[in-house]
Write a protein of this length. Sequence first.
Length: 133
Amino acid sequence: PPPTLLSMSSEPRSRDARVEQTLAASEIGVLEWHPETRQLLANGAARQLFGDTRADPEDRQYVEFTRVVETAIVPVDRDGFHRALQESLSSGRPVRHGFQARIRGRDRRLVARCLYHADAGTVICIVADVTSR
């Protein structure tokens, strides 16, 4: 029989795997930023959005935050991206920010929606490529 909502919620590991698979299929990137360490945990879809062609969409790895920002986001949008993250930290409210990135020689328009989670001390950002919209 197919799993029920109740049985799915009692299987956290398989539920997390399904969420990762869904995100990978939708090409939505997830960034988990740890402000104190300035480290960024990025799923494979996020790394692909920022130009890592070797990324496995279901894999999650730490990447150097500064390297991601400095190499992908165009210079005129870097300060705005940093301000959006800081606004999320200070307000605790979701922040939406659009920015341009140069990835593999092509200009892309990305949108990030970020939210600070005080209990975990992290900012979670959902990132999507909206270039063709």
